[in-house]
Design a protein around this ligand. Structure first.
Ligand SMILES: [Mn+2]
Length: 429
């Protein structure tokens, strides 16, 4: 099995676009040079940046109410890998896939690793799932998993996480992301204190099973599925748990998992200060969800988050190596197109953050020159960096205009003829 798209197809997409791109890139290069910025250095940083794709992101998502499948969407991990490979071929920014278990269970993980490698992909953090019951599962997570009052349920949830680590080792992963939906819908339903104790106890058992070079990423989420209280609801709970567990435990920030209007860039800076920023999940939201495409609603927030990430890169604390992943639900688009568009939004925010004149920013801050501090960020934010992204992609063998190239490839239409249809039903992501 070769790569999904041919090199020739991408090259013939790029050929008629090269001249205009070179013109725009050179023009931007001159403008940046006047600001003392070397465009080639920015392009090199962009080319070195990557974000993982979630295996489940290649399927059409859903809401709590319904899912509307499209013809040709993937139905198993093998087909999901193929679609992720399409995204990688065109974007050159998404070389790893983050698998999710049990959704991606297979019999032969060495084989799966080889299959991914043949598609130009590796594996990123492994995600466990104790937020839903599986067919034949002995005990139910109805009343919680790692925090259940039933020791047998907790043991089952711990065991599942350890199994995920074992699978991840075979796949070449080095991190386990743990998110639990455990929480309550009623005051009085559970002890807020005792359920956190049980979480810490269960998480310590998982932590003890981590290989030496692995990390455990604790993902917090304010609400949903629990709507009154969630055990790991915020970055405070998350960092306290990570500090109690030990150095291999770090916090994972998902853009959509906070109260509306929370200053997420400040959370990034805080976690980094204490060496606990382990990962970031990209998406966007308008209200309280975590489902919309990265940068589609509030690209400025994405830029401000990246501004802190670049600050962190420049002032690294021990262990700063965040696992970046796209984590959104594609309900009304072709997931491949959403992932291409999101990868571009994420790289664009990163590129803009790289353009910030850090010297001017620091000088303005030091002098309490409020307006010039703001302008240092604003000047970078309003720069159109698309020629940098497109040039980096093209030089790496990707497409100058990824979505147009994808549509021209006829990939989805071809898969609609070959793949079995997806069933209807509620689709959680
Ligand atoms: Mn997430």
């Amino acid at each position: 099995m070769g790569l999904p798209l041919t090199e020739e197809a991408i090259a013939s997409h790029n050929a008629p676009r090269h001249e205009a791109l070179a013109d725009e890139y050179d023009s931007l290069g001159r403008a940046l040079a006047r600001r003392g910025v070397d465009i080639a250095a920015v392009k090199a940083k962009v080319a070195g940046f990557s974000v993982a794709l979630p295996s489940w992101g290649s399927g059409v998502g859903g809401t709590r109410f319904a899912k509307f499948p499209i013809p040709g969407e993937p139905t198993d991990i093998h087909e999901k890998l193929e679609d992720c490979a399409v995204v990688q071929q065109l974007s050159r920014a998404t070389p790893r896939v983050s698998p999710h278990f049990p959704w991606d269970f297979v019999d032969d993980y060495d084989g799966l690793r080889q299959e991914a490698a043949a598609l130009g992909l590796g594996f990123d953090a492994v995600n466990s799932n104790t937020f839903q019951d599986q067919p034949g599962q002995p005990r139910s997570y109805r009343h919680g998993s790692l925090t259940s009052t039933d020791a047998g349920v907790r043991a089952q949830a711990v065991e599942h996480n350890i199994e995920c680590i074992e699978i991840g080792r075979k796949l070449g992963s080095q991190a386990l992301t743990v998110w639990v939906g455990d929480g309550t819908n009623f005051p009085g339903q559970q002890s807020l204190g005792a359920s956190l104790d049980r979480y810490l106890d269960s998480a310590a058992s998982i932590y003890a099973a981590l290989p030496g070079d692995w990390r455990m990423l604790l993902e917090h989420k304010m609400f949903e599925p629990a709507f009154y209280s969630t055990v790991i609801s915020d970055w405070g709970s998350s960092i306290l748990a990570a500090q109690e567990l030990g150095p291999k435990a770090q916090c994972l920030v998902d853009l959509g998992h906070h109260a509306p209007n929370v200053n997420i860039e400040q959370i990034v800076a805080r976690l980094h200060r204490f060496g606990k920023l382990g990962g970031f999940h990209f998406n966007d939201s308008k209200y309280g969800d975590d489902d919309l495409d990265s940068g589609s609603i509030n690209p400025h927030q994405l830029f401000l988050v990246f501004n802190e990430l670049v600050e962190a890169e420049l002032n690294p604390r021990q262990g700063f190596d965040p696992a970046y992943m796209i984590d959104q639900s594609h309900n009304v688009t072709d997931p491949i197109e959403s992932m291409l568009s999101s990868a571009e939004a994420i790289l664009g925010a990163y590129a803009k953050a790289l353009l910030v004149d850090r010297e001017a920013l620091t000088a303005a801050q030091q002098a309490n020159d409020v307006m010039m501090g703001f302008q240092a960020l604003r000047q970078a934010y309003r720069t159109d960096v698309t020629p940098i992204l497109a040039m980096a992609r093209a030089e790496a063998g990707g497409a100058i205009d990824a979505i147009t190239a994808y549509r021209a490839s006829g990939w989805r239409e071809r898969k609609a003829q070959q793949r079995k249809p997806v069933g209807l039903g509620a689709g959680i992501v």
